[in-house]
Design a binder for this molecule. Structure first.
Ligand code: VGL
Ligand code: ZN
Length: 223
Protein backbone atom coordinates (compact mmCIF):
# COMPACT_ATOMS: atom_id res chain seq x y z
CA UNK A 1 0.00 0.00 0.00
CA UNK A 2 2.99 2.30 0.23
CA UNK A 3 3.22 5.24 -2.17
CA UNK A 4 -0.32 4.65 -3.19
CA UNK A 5 -1.44 8.25 -2.87
CA UNK A 6 -0.33 11.19 -4.96
CA UNK A 7 1.50 13.94 -3.10
CA UNK A 8 1.87 17.72 -3.19
CA UNK A 9 -1.09 18.38 -5.43
CA UNK A 10 -1.58 22.10 -5.93
CA UNK A 11 -5.28 22.72 -6.43
CA UNK A 12 -6.06 25.26 -9.16
CA UNK A 13 -8.90 26.70 -11.20
CA UNK A 14 -8.84 23.82 -13.68
CA UNK A 15 -9.75 21.34 -10.93
CA UNK A 16 -13.16 20.13 -9.88
CA UNK A 17 -14.16 18.27 -6.73
CA UNK A 18 -17.11 16.04 -7.51
CA UNK A 19 -19.05 15.03 -4.40
CA UNK A 20 -21.30 12.11 -5.16
CA UNK A 21 -24.74 11.55 -3.64
CA UNK A 22 -24.36 12.63 0.01
CA UNK A 23 -28.10 12.16 0.50
CA UNK A 24 -30.12 10.94 3.47
CA UNK A 25 -31.06 7.61 1.90
CA UNK A 26 -27.40 6.64 1.53
CA UNK A 27 -26.53 7.52 5.12
CA UNK A 28 -27.15 5.12 8.05
CA UNK A 29 -30.88 5.40 8.83
CA UNK A 30 -31.72 5.80 5.12
CA UNK A 31 -33.30 3.20 2.85
CA UNK A 32 -30.08 2.34 0.99
CA UNK A 33 -27.69 3.09 3.81
CA UNK A 34 -24.00 2.75 3.06
CA UNK A 35 -22.00 1.62 6.09
CA UNK A 36 -20.16 4.55 7.71
CA UNK A 37 -21.50 6.90 5.03
CA UNK A 38 -21.88 9.57 7.71
CA UNK A 39 -18.22 9.38 8.74
CA UNK A 40 -16.86 10.98 5.58
CA UNK A 41 -18.94 14.15 5.54
CA UNK A 42 -16.78 16.40 7.78
CA UNK A 43 -13.64 15.61 5.84
CA UNK A 44 -15.43 16.18 2.55
CA UNK A 45 -16.53 19.61 3.78
CA UNK A 46 -12.98 20.47 4.79
CA UNK A 47 -11.61 19.39 1.45
CA UNK A 48 -14.33 21.29 -0.40
CA UNK A 49 -13.31 24.42 1.50
CA UNK A 50 -9.73 23.92 0.37
CA UNK A 51 -10.83 23.50 -3.23
CA UNK A 52 -12.93 26.64 -2.98
CA UNK A 53 -10.03 28.62 -1.48
CA UNK A 54 -7.90 27.61 -4.46
CA UNK A 55 -10.50 28.68 -7.03
CA UNK A 56 -11.52 25.17 -8.03
CA UNK A 57 -15.07 24.11 -8.86
CA UNK A 58 -17.29 22.06 -6.55
CA UNK A 59 -19.99 19.86 -8.05
CA UNK A 60 -22.58 17.88 -6.09
CA UNK A 61 -24.45 15.00 -7.68
CA UNK A 62 -27.90 14.00 -6.50
CA UNK A 63 -29.58 10.67 -7.20
CA UNK A 64 -33.09 11.79 -8.18
CA UNK A 65 -35.52 9.02 -9.12
CA UNK A 66 -39.20 9.04 -9.99
CA UNK A 67 -41.31 6.74 -7.77
CA UNK A 68 -41.76 4.24 -10.60
CA UNK A 69 -38.03 3.91 -11.26
CA UNK A 70 -37.12 0.48 -12.60
CA UNK A 71 -34.01 0.21 -10.43
CA UNK A 72 -36.36 -0.31 -7.45
CA UNK A 73 -37.14 -3.95 -6.62
CA UNK A 74 -40.64 -2.79 -5.61
CA UNK A 75 -41.39 -2.02 -9.26
CA UNK A 76 -40.75 -5.63 -10.31
CA UNK A 77 -43.16 -8.40 -9.41
CA UNK A 78 -41.61 -10.93 -7.02
CA UNK A 79 -38.23 -9.20 -6.74
CA UNK A 80 -36.51 -7.95 -3.63
CA UNK A 81 -33.62 -5.54 -3.06
CA UNK A 82 -30.27 -7.11 -3.84
CA UNK A 83 -31.75 -9.52 -6.40
CA UNK A 84 -29.80 -9.78 -9.60
CA UNK A 85 -31.37 -8.01 -12.55
CA UNK A 86 -29.68 -7.08 -15.78
CA UNK A 87 -31.61 -5.31 -18.50
CA UNK A 88 -30.58 -5.70 -22.12
CA UNK A 89 -28.78 -2.43 -22.73
CA UNK A 90 -27.36 -2.25 -19.21
CA UNK A 91 -29.87 0.46 -18.32
CA UNK A 92 -30.81 -1.23 -15.03
CA UNK A 93 -28.74 -3.53 -12.81
CA UNK A 94 -26.74 -5.66 -12.11
CA UNK A 95 -28.83 -5.70 -8.90
CA UNK A 96 -32.13 -4.12 -7.85
CA UNK A 97 -32.32 -1.59 -5.03
CA UNK A 98 -34.72 -0.63 -2.29
CA UNK A 99 -36.75 2.50 -3.07
CA UNK A 100 -34.36 5.40 -2.55
CA UNK A 101 -33.85 9.07 -3.41
CA UNK A 102 -37.36 9.56 -4.70
CA UNK A 103 -37.71 13.07 -6.11
CA UNK A 104 -38.95 15.54 -3.52
CA UNK A 105 -38.66 13.20 -0.50
CA UNK A 106 -36.55 13.70 2.60
CA UNK A 107 -34.44 10.69 1.61
CA UNK A 108 -33.37 12.47 -1.57
CA UNK A 109 -32.22 15.60 0.26
CA UNK A 110 -28.54 16.24 0.85
CA UNK A 111 -27.50 15.26 4.37
CA UNK A 112 -27.81 18.22 6.72
CA UNK A 113 -24.11 18.13 7.60
CA UNK A 114 -22.95 18.51 3.99
CA UNK A 115 -21.90 22.07 3.27
CA UNK A 116 -23.97 22.63 0.13
CA UNK A 117 -23.14 26.36 0.18
CA UNK A 118 -19.78 25.61 -1.39
CA UNK A 119 -21.32 24.02 -4.48
CA UNK A 120 -21.02 25.71 -7.86
CA UNK A 121 -23.31 23.20 -9.54
CA UNK A 122 -25.74 20.40 -8.70
CA UNK A 123 -26.21 17.57 -11.18
CA UNK A 124 -29.28 15.34 -10.83
CA UNK A 125 -29.28 11.84 -12.28
CA UNK A 126 -31.46 8.76 -12.62
CA UNK A 127 -34.41 10.96 -13.46
CA UNK A 128 -35.91 8.81 -16.25
CA UNK A 129 -37.86 5.80 -15.04
CA UNK A 130 -36.48 3.14 -17.39
CA UNK A 131 -32.78 3.86 -17.10
CA UNK A 132 -30.46 4.24 -14.13
CA UNK A 133 -27.55 6.59 -13.94
CA UNK A 134 -24.76 5.54 -11.62
CA UNK A 135 -22.35 7.92 -13.26
CA UNK A 136 -22.62 11.62 -12.65
CA UNK A 137 -21.85 12.05 -16.36
CA UNK A 138 -24.45 9.90 -18.11
CA UNK A 139 -27.09 7.21 -18.01
CA UNK A 140 -26.08 3.55 -17.71
CA UNK A 141 -27.06 2.90 -21.32
CA UNK A 142 -24.43 5.52 -22.23
CA UNK A 143 -26.89 7.40 -24.45
CA UNK A 144 -27.90 10.47 -22.49
CA UNK A 145 -25.55 12.80 -20.65
CA UNK A 146 -26.47 14.68 -17.48
CA UNK A 147 -24.80 17.95 -18.42
CA UNK A 148 -21.77 17.43 -16.17
CA UNK A 149 -19.27 17.20 -19.02
CA UNK A 150 -20.67 20.28 -20.69
CA UNK A 151 -20.45 22.18 -17.43
CA UNK A 152 -16.88 21.08 -16.65
CA UNK A 153 -15.75 21.91 -20.15
CA UNK A 154 -17.33 25.35 -19.95
CA UNK A 155 -15.05 25.94 -16.94
CA UNK A 156 -11.96 24.45 -18.63
CA UNK A 157 -11.68 21.72 -16.02
CA UNK A 158 -8.88 19.21 -16.62
CA UNK A 159 -8.60 17.26 -13.37
CA UNK A 160 -11.51 15.81 -11.45
CA UNK A 161 -11.38 14.54 -7.87
CA UNK A 162 -14.07 12.12 -6.79
CA UNK A 163 -15.47 11.36 -3.34
CA UNK A 164 -18.83 10.45 -1.80
CA UNK A 165 -21.22 7.51 -2.01
CA UNK A 166 -21.15 4.78 -3.03
CA UNK A 167 -17.58 3.77 -3.84
CA UNK A 168 -18.43 0.84 -6.10
CA UNK A 169 -21.42 2.40 -7.87
CA UNK A 170 -21.81 6.09 -8.42
CA UNK A 171 -18.24 7.08 -7.51
CA UNK A 172 -16.74 4.30 -9.61
CA UNK A 173 -18.92 4.90 -12.68
CA UNK A 174 -18.27 8.63 -12.51
CA UNK A 175 -14.52 8.02 -12.35
CA UNK A 176 -14.60 5.63 -15.32
CA UNK A 177 -16.64 8.01 -17.46
CA UNK A 178 -14.36 10.85 -16.45
CA UNK A 179 -11.41 8.87 -17.75
CA UNK A 180 -13.19 8.03 -20.99
CA UNK A 181 -14.08 11.69 -21.44
CA UNK A 182 -10.43 12.69 -21.17
CA UNK A 183 -10.11 14.12 -17.67
CA UNK A 184 -7.25 13.33 -15.35
CA UNK A 185 -9.12 11.43 -12.65
CA UNK A 186 -8.26 11.23 -8.95
CA UNK A 187 -10.21 8.94 -6.66
CA UNK A 188 -10.22 9.96 -3.00
CA UNK A 189 -11.00 6.50 -1.71
CA UNK A 190 -10.90 7.29 2.01
CA UNK A 191 -13.65 9.84 1.47
CA UNK A 192 -15.93 7.20 -0.03
CA UNK A 193 -17.69 4.12 1.31
CA UNK A 194 -19.07 1.21 -0.70
CA UNK A 195 -22.05 -1.14 -0.75
CA UNK A 196 -20.09 -4.18 -2.02
CA UNK A 197 -23.02 -5.72 -3.86
CA UNK A 198 -22.44 -8.28 -5.25
CA UNK A 199 -19.67 -9.24 -2.83
CA UNK A 200 -16.23 -8.36 -4.14
CA UNK A 201 -17.57 -5.36 -6.02
CA UNK A 202 -15.48 -2.84 -4.06
CA UNK A 203 -12.22 -4.64 -4.77
CA UNK A 204 -13.12 -5.05 -8.41
CA UNK A 205 -13.84 -1.36 -8.73
CA UNK A 206 -10.58 -0.36 -7.03
CA UNK A 207 -8.43 -2.72 -9.07
CA UNK A 208 -10.07 -1.72 -12.35
CA UNK A 209 -9.45 1.94 -11.62
CA UNK A 210 -5.81 1.29 -10.77
CA UNK A 211 -5.32 -0.77 -13.88
CA UNK A 212 -6.76 1.94 -16.11
CA UNK A 213 -4.63 4.73 -14.69
CA UNK A 214 -6.98 6.51 -12.32
CA UNK A 215 -4.89 8.13 -9.60
CA UNK A 216 -5.53 7.98 -5.89
CA UNK A 217 -5.48 10.93 -3.54
CA UNK A 218 -5.98 11.28 0.20
CA UNK A 219 -6.84 14.24 2.43
CA UNK A 220 -3.15 15.05 2.88
CA UNK A 221 -2.26 14.72 -0.81
CA UNK A 222 -2.88 18.43 -1.23
CA UNK A 223 -0.53 21.30 -0.55
C1 VGL B 1 -26.21 4.56 -5.97
C2 VGL B 1 -27.19 2.50 -6.11
C3 VGL B 1 -28.34 3.06 -6.63
C4 VGL B 1 -25.01 5.37 -5.59
C5 VGL B 1 -27.34 5.14 -6.50
O1 VGL B 1 -25.15 6.57 -5.31
O2 VGL B 1 -23.91 4.80 -5.56
N1 VGL B 1 -26.14 3.25 -5.81
N2 VGL B 1 -28.40 4.39 -6.81
ZN1 ZN C 1 -30.21 5.27 -7.36
Amino acid sequence: MQNKYEKNIQINNKDALIIIDIQNDFIPGGTLAVNEGDLIIDDINNLAKKFKDNKAIIVLTQDWHPKNHLSFASNHEGKKPGDEYISKNGAIGPVLWPDHCVQGTNGAKFHKDLNTQLANKIIQKGIRHKVDSYSGFRDNDKKTETGLRKYLNSKNIQRIFICGLALDYCCYYTAMDGLEFGYEVYFIDRLTRGVDLPEGNINNALSNMKKLGIKFADIDSFR
